[in-house]
Design a protein around this ligand. Structure first.
Ligand SMILES: Cc1cc2nc3c(=O)[nH]c(=O)nc-3n(C[C@H](O)[C@H](O)[C@H](O)COP(=O)(O)OP(=O)(O)OC[C@H]3O[C@@H](n4cnc5c(N)ncnc54)[C@H](O)[C@@H]3O)c2cc1C
Length: 261
């Protein structure tokens, strides 16, 4: 596989990480088991010693309408999907205009906003192991059981791009910080909110180096400047420890941590 040097302090939404070689996945799927696949790292914290990394090549950055379905390549950025749908008056993808990531990452995480999730209009996925219908994939709140790289996903094609939804999603974002982060740090536990729990244990606005749980929304771990991986990890561990002690709730990370000890 050809490789590309990526500076993760620029590439990742957290703006944390050093430069590492990333292998580009094209057509040869024979030697991929030892690599960790990344998308655009909007949900990922890259450590100082990540596993070998790979990403889909530009070949998988496309959108096409075919036989009444919408087919989107795994490396297609969400902004491009939103623009395409607006231009062609396609419904159901308005929410991705405010959801950073590439198609593969969006599907793998079942990303969404409230009840609007990427799986809602999904028909099937194409992975390096073949095609799987939606009913063959287990999925839930910000999770799926997909184990292979997603090369493409097929969606129902419905018309009627809704500008009012775009405005609604923009408004939903207004209580979230614009400082670099990876979105929600923890998944919301059943019948509760991770942000409420973090605030209740005194960690809202708590700083460690340049990292802190945001004053704007406590479940957003943000980088106020030159944030370090170690400080992010310290805060994550501290939140888990305090919430467990005070509420007997085990917080589960929504962000993906790429680091080998
Ligand atoms: C400011 C901000 C706000 C956010 N708000 C939300 C929100 O409201 N709702 C929400 O759901 N998310 C939110 N997120 C998180 C993020 O937008 C999503 O998780 C998105 O799906 C990440 O896509 P990515 O390409 O960056 O994935 P990455 O961060 O690169 O990877 C995430 C996971 O997906 C896997 N993956 C990536 N590509 C593929 C592929 N082709 N095949 C198989 N697996 C793959 C990776 O292995 C990894 O496990 C937010 C992030 C930020 C920075």
């Amino acid at each position: 596989m050809t490789t590309k040097l990526i500076n993760f302090s620029k590439y990742s939404s957290f703006k944390i990480g050093e430069s590492f070689e990333v292998s580009l996945l094209e057509d040869d799927f024979s030697d991929i088991q030892n690599y960790y696949l990344i998308g655009s790292c909007n949900n990922t914290l890259v450590g100082t010693n990540p596993p070998p990394l790979m990403m889909l090549s530009k070949k998988y950055d496309y959108i096409k309408m075919e036989d009444g379905f919408l087919k989107i390549g795994g490396a297609t950025p969400s902004g491009k999907i939103a623009s395409y749908c607006k231009k062609h008056n396609i419904a159901n993808f308005e929410f991705v205009s405010h959801l950073p990531g590439k198609l593969g990452g969006l599907v793998f995480m079942n990303a969404g906003l409230k009840e609007y999730e990427i799986f809602n209009s999904l028909v099937s996925i194409k992975t390096t192991a073949g095609v799987k219908a939606k009913c063959q994939v287990a999925f839930g709140y910000r999770k799926t059981d997909i184990t292979e790289p997603i090369l493409e996903a097929t969606f129902f094609l419905e018309y009627g791009f809704d500008e009012t939804k775009v405005a609604m999603f923009k408004k939903m974002r207004s209580n979230q910080p614009s400082t670099p982060s990876a979105g929600s740090c923890f998944k919301n536990p059943e019948n509760d909110y991770a942000g409420r729990l973090i605030e209740a244990v005194g960690l809202k606005g708590f700083m460690r180096g340049s990292m802190c749980f945001s004053e704007v929304h406590a479940n957003f771990l943000v980088n106020n400047g030159c944030g370090k991986f170690e400080d992010a990890m310290w805060l994550i561990a501290e939140a888990k420890k305090r919430v467990k002690k005070e509420f007997d709730i085990s917080l589960e990370c929504e962000i993906v941590i790429l680091h080998k000890d």
